[in-house]
Design a protein around this ligand. Sequence first.
Ligand code: ADP
Length: 302
Amino acid sequence: MDDIIEIKNLNKFYGKKHALQNVNLSIGQGMFGLLGKNGAGKTTLMKTLATLLPKKDGEIIICGIPIENVKEIRKIIGYLPQEFSLYPSMSVGEVMNYLGILCGLSAAERKERTEMLLQKVNLTEHRNKKVKTLSGGMKHRLGIAQALLNNPRVLIVDEPTAGLDPEERVRFRNSLSEIAQDRIVILSTHIVGDIEAACEDIAILNEGKVLYNGTVEGLLCAAQGKVFAKAVEKAKLPQLKRELMITGMHTQGKEVHVRFLSESGDDNAQACEPNIEDAYMLYLRESGAYMPLSDQGSGGEI
Ligand code: ADP
């Protein structure tokens, strides 16, 4: 049976709120990134795939199994929610053993899978530590390890990098990339850099609609020739923010170096190679979903 998730014409309502609007996606093996601002519908989609929320209409087939077959779907899915609280007074090893029992694994299977998974997420040397003493990143990695106990064909990870320091984020992403070598991993985030570093195929969700579905490379290609940079006096920045779509800036002495989107640049600007943040913002703008930088606080560093 092929490792593929097919989502067709999916809608989801919370009362009158149309949280997912006619979503169509096809997700194959490897790491798939679901990108979107807060409120875009990412968690709703993840929870629907994990059978934690019922769908209104449309069709979802996961590895050949219709989503209505909840019992079979749960056998092949591992889910790591945004808010994941483990058992603070248990050790890492005890948590894995306990959850392994709940999964129905034998003692031998629990031992073997715990060893293999703790190694995979770099927690072997911490197996005797109590959960409450782990860093945020370690807890997330333990979350991944427990979600893999039943060796699922699909792993769904919702917004994992919130609250992680940069080093922990990189470790976490690396663990996921390795895990995605032989299964489907869906990673949802609002952090554009996480997607660029880890995913080949992505979807951008905005207000419940899929704005883009394709490769990271395809997204970058669409932004070729539309990204420029120039240095301006600090005093001119407020005006510039109104005139240009700025995707990044950093201050150097009395000047600010800004990176912006434009069809043609201007005399003082240099063309730049687009990064995924540029491409993402361009996509939002072209779909009418862009919020001007002056309304968002400061822009990112170049
Ligand atoms: P994301 O994960 O991208 O931040 P969500 O899926 O959590 O987005 O939310 C999508 C939209 O649905 C948001 O407008 C949110 O306010 C709304 N929403 C989410 N959960 C509920 C709920 N239980 N009841 C009502 N509205 C909800």
